[in-house]
Design a protein around this ligand. Structure first.
Ligand code: AFP
Length: 342
């Protein structure tokens, strides 16, 4: 470990540097950290206690709900509501905005989260994660909350991050001043700074995509993949293909090693013409992190952080990672739009 700085110390230092900071953000973050520890405890006991498998319910996405998904969602809603600084929450698992009960104090922050991303990997002991995105309301405090307070562009995020439940538990986040990674030391129960100021390599060597769906992709995405697999690309050799199927895990590996994650538009399911990933709880937080680390995220047409969300569970095509790799994707899409052929 380079330094033994805890995540709480780090956030308090950040608070000191923000003029007029009230400590509200620090309280919210403390509840997130506690939730991550509680979820880690459950993940580590999976297989020993009755937490694997399905609950029997179907969520707003039409997917069967796993017990651990439901547990993580419950922990986050319960803990975060008690931070006293939120006016609303939204979860990938809930159809609507979750209001903070009248009985609890409220503040101006809004948090959107995916409680347990990669749930199809839960029962087979493969990495899963929690993703979060934090905003401040735009309308006046105390007045009625507007849908525009929750549906802000990703560029308005105050902070974003993820918790990766892997060979160790890691918390990686940005408050807009770089990306920092903390590893949970179970012997002291603290997240310690292990990866200060993470920078994604400008040139990647890995592509991550569910290639089984290639036949359903648009022409541009097929061209992109042909580029990454060609010995005539920037690397002068084919990239390595790596796909875990948990966005957090695929993203984290690419962040550290360099690479690109793709979840393209998919013509297979007419209900999901824009692919599978959700703008507000998956793409925006990852886009904020990758940009802060020196990378890039686009939907094939525009910068992800510039997209005006039109509803909470909106899906977008997602291309995210090392600068040179995502720029290449952008060039291919732009050439296709202008009618040029490669
Ligand atoms: P689940 O939580 O339903 O497993 O979905 C995970 C996810 O949203 C994201 O983490 C993965 O990158 C992506 O879906 C995997 O989707 P495919 O199974 O279609 O490749």
């Amino acid at each position: 470990m380079p330094q033994q700085v805890t995540v709480t110390e780090h956030i308090l230092l950040h608070q000191k540097m923000v003029p007029g900071a009230t400590g509200q953000f620090t309280r919210l973050f403390n509840e997130l950290v506690l939730s991550a520890k509680i979820i880690t405890r459950a993940v580590n006991k999976a297989g020993l206690v009755d937490i694997l498998g399905f609950t029997g319910d179907v969520n707003v996405q039409g997917e069967e709900v796993k017990k651990l998904d439901e547990y993580a969602n419950r922990i986050l809603i319960h803990r975060l509501a008690r931070s006293g600084v939120l006016c609303a929450m939204a979860s990938e698992e809930n159809a609507d905005i979750i209001e903070v009960p009248d009985s609890l104090p409220r503040g101006d922050y809004i948090i959107i989260f995916d409680p347990l991303d990669g749930s199809s990997n839960i029962d087979v002991n493969v990495n899963i994660g929690t993703i979060f995105s934090i905003y401040k309301r735009k309308s006046d405090s105390g007045g009625p909350l507007m849908s525009s307070d929750v549906l802000q562009k990703g560029s308005e995020q105050v902070a974003a991050g993820y918790v990766l439940y892997g060979s160790s538990t890691m918390l990686v986040f940005t408050c807009g001043d770089g990306v920092h990674g903390f590893t949970l030391d179970p012997s002291v129960g603290e997240f310690l700074l292990s990866h200060p100021n993470i920078r994604i390599p400008e040139q990647g060597k890995i592509y991550s995509v569910n290639e089984g769906y290639e036949r359903y992709w648009d022409r541009e995405t097929k061209q992109v993949l042909a580029y990454f697999k060609s010995p005539k690309n920037a690397l002068r050799k084919p990239y390595s293909g790596r796909y875990i199927g948990s966005l957090v895990a695929d993203f984290h590996r690419n962040l550290l090693y360099g690479g690109i994650f793709l979840y393209p538009a998919d013509l297979r399911d007419p209900k999901k013409p824009s692919g599978k990933l959700r703008l507000t709880c998956e793409c925006n937080p990852m886009a904020f992190i990758v940009e802060q680390a020196g990378g890039m995220a686009i939907d094939g047409g525009q910068r992800v952080l510039d997209i005006e969300p039109d509803h909470l569970h909106q899906r977008i095509p997602f291309y995210c990672g090392s600068l040179n790799d995502v720029k290449m994707v952008q060039d291919i899409f732009e050439e296709a739009r202008s009618g040029k052929q490669r």
